[in-house]
Design a protein around this ligand. Structure first.
Ligand code: ARG
Length: 441
């Protein structure tokens, strides 16, 4: 592609745009591209614990050198852990019952900061580097709009002419910017302290096993230590607060569990996922701490919450995960689900022991001062306090509707028309074949 052909002629000033900047090629090329559209570009880079952006100040400086008139480097790690991850644990948040939502959880925090920067800078728009096939474009659009419906949200990568890496590099050069070209990863990666998403390349064929180089946070189960690692996670009102008795911040706790669980080969997910835009995609994730914490939290809830609360919560957990996946973090339904979860967590306090061993995490013990488990009621040994004599009356009444229904079916069978010859006959009980019924009506 001839780089000069890609330059548009529009120079009418349009005001400031805040660009969600990653330091990668796409968002770097977006700086001259948006300038060329008439925008003054301000960039914002987030640290969410992704290893590639450990030096966000250096990435912010790079943005300035590429033409951004202001460049923000924002450390969002604590906020991400204290707000998004804590909520996700209370919600046992897993999309399609498998994916603990790492990218989906980060976008609401990023969008909140982008909108804040936009207000501070008096910007008219927010721009992102998402493609037109993914979920992240939806999240940027919906979450920024939920916080300020007046802002324009621009996703130029969806439609621009720069469809290859070379054309992006040429475009930058044509606008006087030399981009340092790094080796292209064979995968598309999104990562933060809650985990790592691995997409594209060889993984696009679901029959291909993920190659060893796809995994970074987890060792292969076959190479994990021969000795198991036991870890005790303490929760207070649904929130993890300590590991092996040592209190720590959420960021420190998640970081520690990523190492412990990942080092024992636990935390890999390989799934077919249903994206918002209607297509199925093959997704691999590494989320050692997220999976461990949700497993431990579920175990503690099972001890501390009544069965009907657990059953209702499970349904809402599914709704919550769908909302968060769909870019609806800032929405009435998600808020209502959070309020329900919050009302359930007051007694979810206690310890869970997990054994990490060669790719598995197994709950080996749970205890809580709010435990609903009553030894006297449960035991089949000495000390039984359960009133067995109440069981018969319970069954008589609990089973009554079904008993009446069975009786009516028997009575009606006599009046049933004969089955057509080409259909197998439906065999109903008759008054002769049925055991005599003693229906209490
Ligand atoms: N499929 C996941 C999600 O939608 C992961 C997305 C990863 N994003 C990325 N830009 N590679 O949440």
């Amino acid at each position: 592609m001839n780089a000069t052909n890609t330059a548009t002629t529009s120079t009418a000033p349009k005001g400031k745009v805040v660009l969600a900047y990653s330091g990668g090629l796409d968002t770097s090329a977006l700086i001259p591209y948006l300038e060329n559209q008439g925008y003054e570009v301000v960039t914002a880079i987030a640290s969410l614990g992704q290893p590639g952006s450990s030096d966000i100040d250096a990435i912010a400086e790079k943005a300035t050198s590429l033409g951004a008139t202001a460049s923000y480097a924002i450390d969002m790690r604590e906020e991400f852990c204290d707000v998004a991850c804590v909520d996700a644990i209370a919600a046992n948040g897993m999309y399609e019952n498998k994916y603990p939502l790492l990218s989906a959880l980060s976008r609401p925090i990023i969008c909140k900061h982008l909108v804040e920067v936009a207000h501070k800078e008096g910007a008219v728009a927010i721009a992102h580097g998402c493609t037109g096939k993914g979920n992240d474009q939806v999240r940027f659009e919906l979450e920024c709009k939920a916080l300020d419906p007046e802002l324009d949200i621009l996703g130029p990568v969806r439609t621009w002419e720069l469809t290859t890496r070379n054309s992006e590099i040429e475009y930058c050069a044509a606008h006087g910017i030399e981009i340092e070209v790094t080796k292209k990863s064979p995968y598309s990666i999104d990562e933060n302290v809650w985990g790592r998403a691995i997409e594209c390349g060889i993984l696009e064929n679901p029959w291909n096993e993920p190659p060893a180089d796809a995994w970074v946070m987890t060792v292969d189960a076959t190479e994990a230590p021969d000795e198991p690692t036991d870890v005790v996670i303490s929760f207070e009102a649904g929130k993890p607060v300590a590991v092996d008795g040592t209190k720590m911040s959420m960021l420190a706790l998640i970081t520690k569990l990523n190492k412990l669980a990942g080092g024992n080969g636990y935390g890999r997910i390989d799934m077919i996922e249903d994206r918002l835009v209607g297509l199925k995609s093959r997704e691999c994730y590494e989320q050692p701490a997220a999976l461990t914490l949700i497993k431990a939290h579920k175990a503690l809830e099972s001890l501390c919450l009544p069965g009907d609360v657990l059953a209702s919560k499970l349904k809402l957990e599914h709704d919550w995960a769908k909302q968060v996946y769909s870019g609806l973090w800032y929405s009435p339904l998600k808020d209502a689900c959070d309020a329900f979860f919050a009302s359930t967590q007051a007694t979810v306090t206690g310890d869970v022991r997990i054994r990490l061993y060669k790719g598995s995490a197994t709950v080996t013990g749970i205890k809580s001062e709010h435990s609903m488990y009553d030894f006297g009621l449960a035991t089949y040994d000495e000390g039984d306090t359960f009133d067995r004599s109440a069981a018969k009356g319970f069954m008589d009444l609990f089973g009554l509707p079904n008993k009446v229904w069975a009786q009516r079916k028997i009575e009606a069978a006599a009046d049933m028309p004969a089955a057509p010859e080409d259909k197998p006959e439906v065999v109903y009980a008759t008054e002769e074949t049925a055991v005599e019924q003693d229906v209490l009506v």
